[in-house]
Design a binder for this molecule. Structure first.
Ligand code: UDP
Ligand code: MG
Length: 313
């Protein structure tokens, strides 16, 4: 039997907490009765410095509900930091943790399959949405654009997977070795490796309240993802420099021909050629400097260079 902890970040979620807890309690009762999880499994809420009654409600639920635990962050630090902070706080108390949003848009009936995969040896199980029927057209388009732009810019993520995933204690301990502060968990978790699997589910609508992830925050998250995972934007500058430099050579040939034909004003050829050549060389130089800065950036993260999965002694 698996000792499961649910990891649930909450920011101003007073409207959904009672409903969420009721549904999760029912689910836990069922899973315990079926012998899938141990009776000391927990529903763990992480309060991300909410300004409403979220923490009061969590404290109250902790007293009245035997499953509910809580962790309060000192101030609002955003979803990713709160989730990581919470996971790191609980990692040694459980066999595995499933992270899920407080609004229960992700299907709690996927827990069973996730636990099953975990028991069959998966250290990380990704919840992946099969359809996006319930999202608004706008959310669907922006979210799909999000994955496309991310992968085009070199940040590898699991397609249509948000932060609904199971991680074993072993995977959480490996994740703890990633010391970076610019957090993008969806990109970081795949770097951990180990045996993984995918569980598909359908995403439903938010229980109540409104999305705490407006377009602005989503763009911020995407940008964090790109800049913390990939050096591709820097390489794009280098390529642009090379392209502009090539154009300058074409222009050089063209203006030389025009000059030979005597159809130019004096001074035109040298001016035009040098504008393109200098521009190209500058971009190229910035790109090369950027390449080194990128390397330094990656070094400063002190990511683990390897993670051992198994040993035979
Ligand atoms: N959240 C958080 N801190 C924040 C913003 C959001 O902990 O600064 C939590 C929020 O309470 C929820 C989860 O992150 O549990 C996802 O937010 P939401 O459901 O609003 O995002 P959406 O599903 O619209 O992308
Ligand atoms: Mg949501």
């Amino acid at each position: 039997m698996t000792k499961l902890y649910l990891a649930i970040p909450c920011y101003n979620e007073e409207e959904v907490l009672y409903d969420t807890t009721e549904k999760l309690t029912k689910k836990f009762d069922e899973m315990i009765a079926q012998g899938k999880i141990t009776p000391d499994s927990k529903i763990c809420y992480f309060d991300d410095g909410s300004k409403d009654k979220t923490w009061q409600i969590i404290s109250e639920l902790h007293k009245t509900n035997r499953y509910v635990n809580g962790v309060k962050m000192s101030r609002n630090r955003g979803h990713q930091n709160t989730l990581l902070g919470g996971l790191m706080t609980i990692k040694d108390r459980c066999d595995c943790a499933i992270s899920i949003d407080a609004d229960l848009q992700d299907d709690i009936n996927a827990f069973d399959k996730m636990i099953e995969d975990f028991e069959n040896g998966s250290e990380i199980v990704y919840g992946v949405r099969s359809k996006r029927a319930t999202d608004t057209a706008f959310k669907r388009m922006t979210a799909q654009g999000f994955y496309k732009v991310l992968s085009a810019l070199g940040a590898e993520v699991v397609y249509n997977h948000a932060d609904f995933r199971l991680m074993s204690r072993k995977a959480l301990n490996a994740l703890a070795n990633f010391k970076e502060v610019n957090l993008f968990l969806r990109g970081l978790v795949p770097l951990v490796g180990f045996k993984t699997s995918v569980v598909e589910y359908e995403r439903s609508e938010r229980l109540a309240g409104e999305s705490k992830y407006p377009l602005k925050k989503m763009l911020g998250l995407a940008w964090d993802g790109v800049t913390s995972l990939s050096m591709k934007p820097i390489r794009m500058i280098t390529s642009l420099g090379a392209i502009v430099f090539c154009i300058s050579i074409i222009i050089l040939i063209y203006s030389f021909i025009v000059w030979c034909l005597g159809r130019t004003v004096s001074g035109w050829t040298s001016t035009v050629v040098s504008i393109w050549a200098i521009g190209g060389l500058q971009l190229l130089a910035i790109g090369i400097v950027g390449e080194y800065i990128g390397k330094i950036y990656m070094e400063t993260k002190h990511r683990p260079r390897f993670i051992v999965e198994e040993e035979l002694k």
